[in-house]
Write a protein that binds this ligand. Structure first.
Ligand code: ZN
Length: 449
């Protein structure tokens, strides 16, 4: 009688030998966690090359001539759901599934490092965060020129939020100087297109030590102007700081308006010639469009990771409705604040008498259009996370007398976004997006309100 145990043992030995004969050349990537970032480190043998492809919902790393032991690994970090390891056509293939999505300009950073001490080869480090955006130098290729509105003299009020005793939000960078810096860049770009611009403040001081008067004085400068744009950055308390990032644009409407998420729009002077295909690919953001041509396992991997954590950024349609009132930014104040005539004289612009324009549906609609145009262009120039256009009753946008928006450029408290807000290249992109959004709105809104 044959010994079944011997057969099984023999089979195991054969299987082990087969495994040795096809030993994987690469070890499984290591997974790390930093504040607001998921990190993957892959050891590479000497001379190993790789190709990285952002595919929307996943990042694929192809390593020619290498192999993995096939595996599906769930990670469950907010920025990374998991990965698959497989082999195909003589390549090792690592597919990393990210809830927030990746594009050639956003969602991840790659770094090639030397091998750990005492080891050969090198390391590929991949960091994932939905807050990673485009910080490459801006290369405008032409100036904006009005076509429909040629000859029209537009006027804009740019309002760098905070100042004086109130520095605004603090994180990797402080709002007050950041808001002023970006406002000055926006002013220069609008002026170069022929728009007359007034800054509500041009140094670190407030317009008044009295907060109510300060805000009323800012809003008062909007009378008779084409647009009012208040520039701010956002913040979250420490316990939520690593989870919240993105670009938001606020407007005021007396009636409830749902948050909207306009598509990114690349400003005309930045649009590449048709022959240049790789500057901006809006489709990359959309996972379902790009996955089709992907490896077979990818669809499987996405399904496996479906139950993993949701995006960590501001989730479309899901939040903030209760949030942006009073406490986080300028509180709403009334117009009949304690203005002394002497102080008002010094300011040179009295707070307005109430004109009830705050509740004008026409102004509200125009403000929404302005918000949408500015957010689209900002997303196009920065590739930042889309936090949407949102309705809020911040004083300066509620009480302005022309279409008015408040831009939240990003979160100074997020570990990735806060640092990006210190990067001059990124500020150029933000300013470019804001100013082109304003210019496109003006071009298309000749009738005004
Ligand atoms: Zn602010």
């Amino acid at each position: 009688m044959r010994n079944p145990v011997r057969i099984i043992v023999g089979g195991l030995i054969l299987a082990q030998l087969a495994g040795l004969a096809h030993a994987a050349s690469l070890t499984e990537p290591r997974v790390g966690k930093l504040a607001g970032i998921s990190r993957i480190v892959l050891d590479l043998p000497t001379g190993a090359g790789f190709e990285i492809e952002p595919m929307g919902a996943a990042l694929r790393v192809t390593l020619p001539g290498q192999s993995f032991s096939a595996k599906v690994k769930k990670i469950n970090q907010p920025e990374l759901s998991g990965f698959t390891l497989e082999n195909g056509s003589g390549n090792a293939i690592l597919t990393l599934v990210t809830p927030q999505g990746v594009s050639s300009r956003s969602g991840y950073r790659e770094t090639r490092l030397a091998a750990a001490e005492g080891k050969k080869g090198s390391r590929l480090m991949l960091d994932f965060s939905g807050a990673y955006a485009d910080v490459t130098p801006l290369k405008p290729t032409g100036a904006f020129a009005f076509q429909k509105a040629i000859g029209t003299q537009f006027t804009a009020v740019i309002d760098p939020g905070h100042g004086g005793k109130d520095p605004g939000a603090r994180g990797a960078v402080t709002e007050e100087p950041l808001n002023l810096e970006v406002s000055k860049r926006v002013m220069a770009q609008l002026q170069s297109a022929g728009v007359e611009v007034r800054l509500t403040r041009s140094n670190s001081g407030a317009l008044s030590n009295d907060k109510a008067l300060d805000l009323a004085s800012r809003a008062a400068q909007s009378r008779g102007k084409s647009v009012f744009v208040s520039i701010h950055a956002n913040a979250r308390p420490a316990k939520n700081a690593n989870k919240t990032f993105g670009t938001e644009v606020y407007f005021f409407s007396p009636t409830r308006v749902p948050n909207a998420y306009p598509s990114p729009s690349v400003p005309e002077p930045l649009r590449p010639p048709v022959t240049e295909s790789n500057f901006f690919k809006p489709g990359e953001i959309n996972a379902s469009e790009s996955i089709g041509a992907g490896i077979e396992k990818l669809g499987e991997a996405l399904q496996l990771f479906e139950g993993s954590p949701q995006p960590v950024g501001p989730v479309p349609n899901a939040q903030i409705l209760t949030e942006p009132n009073a406490s986080r930014n300028e509180p709403a104040v009334t117009n009949d604040s304690n203005t002394s005539p002497a102080e008002a004289d010094q300011l040179g612009y009295l707070p307005l008498e109430p004109t009830k324009l705050a509740n004008s549906p026409e102004r509200s609609l125009a403000s929404q259009q302005l918000a949408s145009s500015v957010l689209s262009n900002m997303l196009g120039t920065t590739a930042s996370f889309n936090g949407g256009t949102r309705n809020a009753d911040y004083y300066v946008i509620k009480e302005s007398e022309c279409p008015a928006i408040l831009v939240e450029m990003g979160y100074v408290t997020h570990p990735v976004e806060g640092v990006q807000l210190k990067d001059s290249n990124y500020l150029d992109r933000i300013a470019y997006g804001i100013s082109y959004g304003v210019l496109e709105y003006l071009e298309n809104s000749l009738d005004g309100i």
